[in-house]
Write a protein that binds this ligand. Structure first.
Ligand SMILES: [Zn+2]
Length: 409
């Protein structure tokens, strides 16, 4: 990859630490695309109906999508530099700290997080993600995740804009074991023990591992840990069967038919928490009072998981003609969701429609060093310029905690 090292270094020099990324589309065979992520209507099945429709776009990703029948680079972001293309993952493994920053490189030797849009017509089955300890048993890492629902992509909520979280207080483990026992009898009824929250564009949630969730049908910006482990606990969704293999795939083989073990794998207290919303719901919090200058930067994903800051995200809005210089504590992946302008000297433009395989000007990666020195954003268009950016672990020591949005009222 000597060539990648040279190309990546040249690309960083050329744009002062900002890498231009191509769109990364990911299909999911068990879901129906929601058709709101700007792909041309004829291209949602560009990978073939056998692969499923495209309902995800991944951002600044060095994580592979573990889809059946996928090419080895599915899910990986490509850096585009002149007529050259190489993966962000190869660039990071060649240049390390120069791209992701010293502390992340030292601790993880990779870019350990990613974000995506997911866009479905209906809900996803009630599922959990294993914690680190559980995922290690199958040689993987745990996965906490977070949501933000960008208003720009959510003019319509599709079939079910509500998300079930956790289990009703008072639910017993035996009741959920019985749901798993009933897997092949149609609907196993697990949603009878949970409740759904209405999803509002412009708000979000923080979801730790081992907590059940059945994401609703809003387009969701989802910063998360770079892992693809999960267990589905619902056997039928919108009349479609969920294979039991999706319940057990990331548990040790000898436990696959042990329903009690599978229920014990849930964070029981976390699931039946009577203050679930208080402990997980997020509303944007302005970083500072800058609106009089024509721009505002807001925390959209914040809070700790198991006492650790694993990822955070901000939404930057600039009014027409506005300009600002922002310093951040770590590298970030950026996606533009409205308007046009510049990040440094790199042009940003939000596409109205994208052909599968076509290049866009809406996504970049900013290195840790450049983020620390400050990046100037400017709006050259006639509507607001809005971008979402996510950070890796411990990049933002000044980030708020869950619940802090109430202090501003
Ligand atoms: Zn999930």
């Amino acid at each position: 990859m000597a060539n990648v090292a040279k190309l990546a270094a040249d690309a960083l020099t050329d744009n002062d630490g900002i890498l231009r990324l191509a769109p990364t589309w990911v299909p999911r065979s068990f879901l129906q695309p929601g058709k709101r992520i700007k792909l041309h209507p004829a291209d949602y099945y560009a990978l073939g109906t056998h692969r499923g429709g495209i309902d995800e776009r991944w951002f600044a990703s060095t994580t592979v999508a573990t889809n059946e029948g996928a090419p080895p680079d599915e899910g990986l972001s490509y850096v585009v530099f002149g007529k050259h293309r190489f993966t962000l993952r190869d660039a990071v493994s060649e240049l390390g700290a120069e791209i992701v920053g010293k502390s992340i490189w030292k601790k993880y030797s990779r870019w350990p997080v990613y974000s995506k849009f997911f866009d479905n017509m209906g809900p996803i089955p009630h599922h959990m993600h294993q914690n680190d300890k559980q995922a290690k048993l199958t040689g993987q890492e745990g996965k906490p995740e977070s949501y933000y629902f960008p208003p720009q992509l959510n003019a319509i909520g599709n079939n079910f804009p509500y998300t079930f979280f956790g289990l009703e207080p008072g639910t017993t483990k035996q009741e959920i074991v019985r749901c798993l026992d009933r897997w092949n009898e149609g609907d196993n009824g697990i949603l009878n023990y949970s409740k759904a929250y209405r999803l509002q564009p412009g708000t979000g949630w923080l979801v730790p591992p081992c907590v059940l969730h059945a994401p609703g049908s809003l387009v969701t910006y989802e910063p998360q840990w770079g892992s693809d482990v999960f267990g589905m606990y619902q056997s039928l969704v919108e009349g479609r069967a969920v294979p039991r293999s999706l319940l057990v795939k990331d548990f040790p083989k000898e436990k696959h038919s042990d329903n009690k073990y599978l229920v014990d794998a849930l964070d029981w207290e976390g699931n039946v928490d009577p203050s679930f919303k208080d402990n997980h719901y997020l509303e944007p919090i302005p970083v500072a009072n800058t609106e009089k200058d024509g721009w505002v930067d807001r925390w959209i994903v914040y809070g700790k998981v198991g006492g650790k800051q694993l990822f955070t995200a901000k939404e930057l809005t600039l009014q027409p003609g506005a300009k600002c210089t922002i310093k951040d504590g770590g590298a970030y992946g950026w996606i533009t969701v409205q308007g046009e302008g510049y990040v440094g000297k790199v042009r940003l433009q939000t596409p109205a429609m994208i052909r599968f395989g076509a290049m866009t000007e809406d996504e970049v990666f900013v290195t840790a060093q450049r983020a620390g020195e400050g990046v100037t954003f400017s709006n050259s268009g006639s509507e607001p310029l809005v971008g979402l950016r996510y950070f890796g672990p411990d990049a933002c020591p000044d980030a708020p905690n869950v619940g802090d949005y109430r202090k501003k009222r």
